[in-house]
Design a protein around this ligand. Structure first.
Ligand SMILES: *[C@@H]1O[C@H](CO)[C@@H](O)[C@H](O)[C@H]1NC(C)=O
Ligand SMILES: *[C@@H]1O[C@H](CO)[C@@H](O)[C@H](O)[C@H]1NC(C)=O
Length: 292
């Protein structure tokens, strides 16, 4: 009798264990099953492509305003490898902005350089806010996904605009005026005066002779290397921005002085017109490789 009882108790106990187990396991198995189905059937999100240059740090500086349409940017960033720095020039409350909203994109570019001078990435792409403009052969998204940062290191300064010849050729007569008294001066005098004041041999501090002619692909979008930025002292960049802040010229005129001269501040020859095929190959890797 006692033996039978204890056997019954044992059976009851093991049933309880079984019930307990199935109570705990069923939902677990169900959860696993659901996750598996979910895993197998989910639509995979677009994958960020592998960075061909993981050893290089790359920043994208965008000059924007509160009315910029930047809907193109998230997709372009997702399929490329730039760390974005979006400056909003007309909003003092923006995460990144400028001390004074003057000089259009020039104030943004100079502010980025000045504020990051000691911790610059390998490559910086200075860019407008638009997805496509008349001066762009390719869309901004294409530029971001295809621009070759190794070519930027090699050349120091690279324009994404490849042309069959020179544009924006400006003759400098040699006439200059004080940089804070340029209102009413012609464009070439404005440019010559700013070059005269701030363009120096950075090693010995001597002013450089004015070129007779300057030229570069249009429109103030370019990629530069850290070395090209640091080839000029922090004071030179500060000097240019202080001038931009203090000048009586309107933003259109003062911004243009920088727009026409960026290649010079970054160490390129005065007349800078890379051959189109070579440019396409250097910048985007388009062509048969004969350019590099
Ligand atoms: C912003 O640009 C996109 C194309 O890049 C366009 O489809 C959209 O309509 C624009 N939005 C506004 C408010 O203009
Ligand atoms: C390829 O390169 C050669 C020079 O090496 C050049 O003559 C030729 O035009 C190029 N072809 C194309 C399609 O780019």
């Amino acid at each position: 009798m006692a033996g039978l009882l204890s056997a019954e108790v044992k059976m009851l106990k093991s049933r309880r264990v079984q019930r307990l187990l199935s109570f705990a396991l069923k939902p677990l198995l169900a959860a696993l099953f659901v996750s598996l189905i979910f895993y197998l059937t989910r639509s995979s999100p677009p994958k960020k492509p592998i960075d061909p240059y993981p050893h290089l740090t790359k920043s994208l500086v965008i000059a924007a305003t509160t009315s910029s349409n930047l809907t193109w940017l998230p997709g372009a960033l997702a399929s490329s490898h730039w760390t974005p720095h979006v400056y909003t020039t007309d909003s003092p409350n923006a995460a990144l902005t400028v001390p004074v909203n003057k000089g259009n994109e020039a104030m943004v570019y100079l502010s980025y350089i000045i504020d990051n001078y000691d911790s610059l990435p390998d490559v910086v792409f200075f860019h407008h806010d638009h997805s496509q403009a008349w001066h762009q052969q390719f869309s901004s998204a294409y530029e971001l996904t295809h621009l070759n940062p190794v070519s930027v290191l090699k050349h120091g300064y690279l324009s994404p605009r490849c042309l069959p010849g020179c544009e924006n050729v400006i003759e400098l007569s040699g006439d200059v005026a004080p940089v804070l008294d340029l209102k009413g001066a012609s464009r070439d005098v404005q440019i010559a005066s700013v070059l005269r004041e701030f363009l120096r041999d950075e090693k010995i501090g001597m002013r450089l002779e004015l070129p007779e002619k300057i030229a570069a692909p249009c429109c103030a979008q370019f990629a530069v290397s850290r070395d090209a930025i640091r080839a000029r002292g922090h004071e030179t960049w500060m000097g240019l921005r202080d001038w931009l802040i203090a000048t009586e010229l309107d933003s259109r005129s003062s911004g243009r002085v920088l727009e026409y001269t960026w290649h010079l501040w970054f160490g390129k020859e005065a007349v800078h017109c890379p051959a189109e095929e070579r440019c396409l190959n250097d910048v985007y890797g388009v062509g048969n490789g004969s350019g590099s």
